[in-house]
Design a binder for this molecule. Sequence first.
Ligand SMILES: [Zn+2]
Length: 62
Amino acid sequence: MTKGTRPGHLPPASRTEDQGRVCSHPGCHTKLSIYNLSDRCWQHAEIVFPNYRGKRLVDPRS
Ligand SMILES: [Zn+2]
């Protein structure tokens, strides 16, 4: 059974850290995911989800 897998043979996991991106919001040091194409974390992104404005008008399960 030769799989060629050795312990310690994994590639260095520092590739994601090469991004080194954090939220550009002042005072926010949230690390951005490599999948987050914005320069801000999801809390400070300008994208505003269409919410219920704090009110639940209609129960979607009804
Ligand atoms: Zn942020």
